[in-house]
Design a protein around this ligand. Structure first.
Ligand SMILES: Nc1ncnc2c1ncn2[C@@H]1O[C@H](COP(=O)(O)OP(=O)(O)OP(=O)(O)O)[C@@H](O)[C@H]1O
Ligand SMILES: [Mg+2]
Length: 496
């Protein structure tokens, strides 16, 4: 900062520009004589001429005579303020006019006035002081701008770091013992080591983003940034500017150059969520990045090389989108060099108990609760429910339950939400919607079915003897079975 000030005052850089406006030639001449050796002086014989110069030149100080034909000095200075309020304004005036200038002076329109005739040395001091004030104010503007920018950057960076820390931990907690998920983890691990473009597909809440993070954070790019963009959230042009950046002035509102996410993710990974939502124009541009590894900011004529790994996700059936002409086929093949399909939770019910306990532990910690687990009946309902919102819905269900818990020891059926509670125990579907087996753990599935049928039979029949009859087994077997399944009379009565 002292650099600017010092250099300017020492005249090492171009000296300040001063604009003098007076209708009297003689006054202009003598002012120029006083100031011309130190500054770049421009003279004008009228307000109109003065404004022309003001617009063309870099002016730091304006000195205008008050009494001029046409525009008065005050009027002229008002015009100057309109065009740029930063230069310092001084008024030249005879003693007689001072009272009429007071208002302009008091309202801050004028820095000070100079009375005619002036003392050259005094005027030089006044001018120098005025220009010091100008230097300070320019510096302030610059500093304030730089500060705001730095703050903004810092804030964004902080937010980014905090989120990343949280999310790195959440990756370590990826749960799934089912064969389907074990296969997903295998592929994830292998592909993480490479730079291959990965398409992750699956219904909402199946863990697509979690897998994308796992790919980044277990691969060689882990020290670099992982940036995400939801492609369904923005209109095409805004999305383009987010991803590729823009030059200042490229469109209304583009006040400064802006870097795009592809540059921010250089040597890292970019995760494009909801890729199926992109419009045709965007699809073409993405194809170009994938083919050439180059981006071009909006409004720029230059392209830039970027080294970014691309991972995308969709909950649409992208192949169908291609068939129906909504998604470019060439882009589709570029994106799914490797495809990871996350099965819906109802097709891997075997993961439900582990996931439920995982979310219970986490909620206990977060909410300072100490629930020990689930009653058999509650777990049965969790097991049987359809989970259209997949893991996210299960996560929310458990969090809600823990939040609303009183002093219970375990999560019971009555604590579950009405929807989940309503999933009947004896409708545990061993098959998915398309008739395929959904849980390969035979014992667990059979137990769930047994538990459901026994409870239903007991409720309908009203006694163990008649329930056993209805189930076609001896009463003693029923009792043994109930003991093994930890079904108590209370379970049967309590849970309607
Ligand atoms: N296998 C898993 N183990 C632990 N938590 C999981 C697992 N899968 C998903 N989750 C959790 O479920 C929630 C939803 O996951 P995520 O955001 O990755 O889903 P998504 O497929 O991206 O969903 P959407 O399509 O709605 O964006 C997250 O809170 C995530 O932590
Ligand atoms: Mg997601």
């Amino acid at each position: 900062m002292t650099e600017i000030e010092g250099a300017r005052r020492e005249g090492a850089e171009a000296p300040y520009g001063i604009l003098l406006v007076d209708d009297e030639e003689a006054i202009l001449e003598s002012l120029e004589l006083t100031l011309g050796s130190e500054y770049r002086v421009f003279t004008a014989g009228s307000g109109a001429e003065g404004l022309e110069i003001f617009e063309r030149e870099d002016i730091a100080l304006v000195i205008a005579d008050q009494v001029m034909p046409g525009m008065t000095g005050v009027e002229f200075l008002e015009e100057v303020i309109e065009r740029n309020p930063r230069p310092i304004r001084m008024m030249l005036t005879g003693y007689a006019d001072i009272s009429s200038l007071m208002r302009a002076i008091n309202s801050g329109r004028i820095y000070r006035y100079v009375t005619k005739p002036w003392e050259p040395d005094e005027l030089r001091v006044d001018v120098k002081r005025a220009l010091d004030a100008y230097a300070l104010s320019s510096e302030n503007v610059q500093l304030a701008g730089a500060l705001a920018e730095a703050n903004e950057r810092l804030r964004a960076e902080n937010l980014y770091l905090r989120r990343e820390v949280e999310r790195r931990y959440s990756f370590d907690e990826l749960i799934g013992d089912s064969p389907a998920m074990q296969r997903v983890f295998d592929v994830t691990e292998k592909v993480a080591e490479t730079d291959a473009t990965v398409l992750i597909s699956g219904e909402t809440g199946t863990g697509k983003e979690l897998v994308a993070r796992a790919i980044h954070y277990s691969g060689p790019r882990r020290e670099r940034r992982f940036v995400t963009q939801n492609c369904g959230a923005l209109p095409d042009t805004l999305l383009e500017s987010e991803l590729f950046g823009h030059k200042r002035g490229a469109f209304t509102g583009a006040h400064a150059d802006k870097k795009g996410l592809f540059e921010a993710a250089d040597r890292g990974t970019i995760f494009l969520d909801e890729i199926g939502e992109t419009e045709p124009g965007m699809q073409v541009r993405l194809l170009r990045v994938l083919q050439d590894g180059e981006i071009r900011p909006i409004g720029s004529s230059e392209t830039r090389k970027v080294d970014v790994r691309v991972v995308t996700a969709t909950n649409r059936d992208l192949r169908k989108e291609v068939e129906e002409g909504r998604f470019r086929e060439d882009l589709f093949y570029r994106l799914r060099v490797v495809e990871i399909v996350l099965p819906p939770l109802r097709e891997r019910r075997g993961d439900i108990p582990a996931l439920a306990h995982h979310f219970l532990d986490r909620s206990n910690t977060r909410m300072k609760r100490a629930l020990q687990g689930f009653t058999n009946a509650a777990m049965d309902r969790l097991y049987a429910y359809a989970w259209k919102g997949n893991v996210r819905e299960l996560e929310n269900e458990i969090e809600r339950t823990v939040a609303l818990a009183g002093g219970e020891e375990r999560v019971g059926v009555e604590m579950l939400s009405e929807e989940v509670r309503g999933s009947s125990e004896y409708s545990v579907p061993l098959q998915g919607e398309r008739g395929e087996i959904t849980d390969w753990d035979l014992n667990r599935s059979v137990d769930a079915l047994k538990r459901g049928m026994i409870v239903a039979a007991l409720r309908e029949a009203g006694s163990k003897t008649r329930a056993a009859e209805r189930l076609g087994i001896p009463r003693q077997s029923l009792q043994k079975m109930m003991k093994r399944l930890k079904l108590t009379d209370a379970d049967v009565a309590a849970e309607g």
